[in-house]
Structures are given as structure tokens and as C-alpha cells.
Design a protein. Structure first.
Length: 170
């Protein structure tokens, strides 16, 4: 998902997915479910978005906790976005708001979970780092869009393995 579009491979220098976290918007609450496993999934997803927001704010994942909740597979797209942002001299201000729904959990040797989210990037702005001016984005980009996340339980913790923005408003 991107500030510029809902494509994981969106236009150059646009974050692929708004970071989301209760602190980014507060609607999602990892403790909002009575099931501890589902709460742990929501917490991992939220923490991944919090770290992502921090990375996009400085166009670098260095010093963030992205690797603690996001696998290398999912991190690849984020790193591509960050590289494009650095090359364009861009960062983000503000925060996206996430609204993840209760995850669907599949038991197995490696437990898996899928959740959908409504990501709101209304107050998450791409700016030129030097001038602090807002970067114009396509008028057709979705400001609120559906996102799908897949997670796996690695040992005792849940990891985001895939983030897929949908070309669908919410």
C-alpha cells in the first residue's frame, strides 16, 4: 500500500503501505479481543505498523523494530519504498490510522493468521525532506483502502509475512 497508490509496487518514492498502529490512529486495540492468541496477532500487526510509520518518517528502517515483527519477505517491499524515498529526498509526516478486523486463525505445525484492515492515510503525508513541502500525489490514489495481512507464529511470537494492499476503498 502506498501513499501514492494501492500498489505494493506503486510510483517511485511513495511508501508502499501506511504504517498502522493504535498509536497511529488508536482505533485498533490489541486487547480488544477476549482470545489471547488473536490479541497477540493484532499486537504483532499493530507493532509492525508502528515500526513502519517510524521508518517512513525518516526513510530508513534503521533503529526501528520492523525486523522484530515483520519477516524479510514482507520487509522487502518496505525497503524498496524506503530506498525510493531516500533517492527522492522524501519522508512522511503524521500517521496513518488502521482498523484491523478480528483475524482468522488456522492451526497447524506453523499456525497462520489472516486479517483485513482499513488503512486511512488521510493524515499521513509525503513531504520533501529539504523544503518540508507536501509532495503532490495522484488524485486517483485511495486515501482509505483495504489491506490484507498474513502472519505466522514463529516459536512464541507472531510475525507479519505478507502485506497486500487492495485496490478497493473502505
Amino acid at each position: 500500500m502506498s501513499l501514492a497508490s494501492c500498489s505494493a509496487n506503486g510510483p517511485k518514492a511513495s511508501p508502499s503501505d501506511p504504517s498502522t498502529t493504535p498509536s497511529t490512529g488508536q482505533p485498533a486495540s490489541p486487547g480488544s479481543t477476549a482470545d489471547p492468541e488473536r490479541a497477540a496477532i493484532l499486537a504483532a500487526y499493530t507493532q509492525s505498523w508502528q515500526s513502519r510509520a517510524k521508518a517512513y518518517a525518516k526513510a530508513s528502517s534503521a533503529g526501528t523494530d520492523l525486523r522484530k515483527t515483520t519477516t524479510l519477505r514482507a520487509l522487502g517491499g518496505i525497503e524498496q519504498d524506503l530506498k525510493a524515498m531516500r533517492e527522492a529526498g522524501q519522508v512522511t509526516t503524521g500517521l496513518p490510522v488502521i482498523h484491523p478486523r478480528d483475524p482468522e486463525v488456522t492451526a497447524g505445525e506453523i499456525p497462520k493468521a489472516t486479517l483485513t484492515d482499513c488503512v486511512d492515510t488521510t493524515n499521513w503525508t509525503l513531504i520533501d525532506k529539504a523544503t518540508k513541502k507536501k509532495v503532490p500525489l495522484p488524485s486517483t490514489r485511495l486515501v482509505k483502502y483495504v489491506s490484507t495481512a498474513k502472519l505466522q507464529k514463529w516459536g512464541t511470537k507472531w510475525m507479519v509475512t505478507e502485506l497486500t494492499p487492495q485496490d478497493q476503498t473502505c
